[in-house]
Ligand binder design. Structure first.
Ligand SMILES: Nc1ncnc2c1ncn2[C@@H]1O[C@H](COP(=O)(O)OP(=O)(O)O)[C@@H](O)[C@H]1O
Ligand SMILES: [Mg+2]
Length: 228
């Protein structure tokens, strides 16, 4: 088996104290190999976003083994986790999270520049062209449609060529037709760049396009299948 990009075992997470304490992840095991496209399904509140936060280094597990892109996330402090994310992990969220005071081009280029890329603007232009936004470089997020804003977010996530892309309900704020177009784009870019994708979704049509479907319920993985 190739070296896994995600190797998580017995991952546990609880939030709150005393009687308010809630167990969110109750011992999750997940292995994802390079180049896989995995759909993460499950009812609202089952722990999908929490698991993604741990696997992307945004949140720390209470217990368990969390190796991502070859790094032991349980051994890194917050600064080291931030550094580990940079260039390795791309994150796409339902609510785009673009900086409103920056143009589309700047939203993609500035993070590249901060990570030391001396051709940041050139590369950002190419990434935006690859998502069909070559004609919207100087627009601000408020001047773009939801679908266009999500394209910018995809370009931003893909630009550093991360080994791993996480997408949390990336089409949740979009109408069905726009959502389909965005998913086509995300899968195309994933294939073209050879990255590994973990996508949280409620959309069965979207899940069916992944090579593997993992299902969560109440803080545990209850099914893990290769897609037909
Ligand atoms: N910061 C928090 N404090 C307390 N409980 C939380 C917090 N974040 C999430 N939860 C709870 O954790 C559970 C899992 O949430 P989440 O990972 O967002 O699930 P999903 O993404 O599958 O909808 C839910 O019951 C939610 O209410
Ligand atoms: Mg969620």
């Amino acid at each position: 088996m190739p070296h896994p990009v995600i190797d998580a075992r017995s991952v546990r997470l609880a939030l709150g104290k005393g009687t308010a304490r809630v167990e969110i992840l109750k011992g999750v095991d997940l292995n994802v190999g390079s180049g896989e496209a995995v759909a993460l399904l499950g009812p609202s509140g089952s722990g999908k976003s929490s698991l993604m936060a741990i696997l992307s280094g945004l949140e720390r597990a209470d217990e368990g083994h969390v190796h991502v892109t070859g790094l032991d996330f349980t051994k890194l402090d917050e600064d080291a986790l931030a550094a580990a994310r940079r260039g390795r992990i791309g994150i796409i969220l339902q609510a785009f999270h673009l900086l409103p005071t920056m143009t589309a081009l700047e939203n993609v280029a500035v993070p590249l520049e901060l990570s030391g890329d001396d051709q940041a603007f050139e590369r950002a232009r190419a990434e935006l062209a690859a998502v069909g936004l070559g004609h919207r470089l100087d627009h601000y997020p408020a001047q773009l449609s939801g679908g266009e804003q999500q394209r910018v977010a995809i370009a931003r996530a893909m630009a550093p060529r991360p080994a791993l892309i996480f997408a949390d309900e990336p089409t949740g704020n979009l109408d069905t037709a726009t959502g389909r177009t965005i998913m086509d784009l995300l899968f195309n870019r994933q294939r073209e760049t050879g990255s590994t994708l973990l996508v949280i979704t409620h959309d069965p049509a979207l899940a069916a396009r992944c090579s593997r479907i993992v299902e969560m319920h109440d803080g545990l993985i209850i099914a893990d299948k290769i897609a037909a």
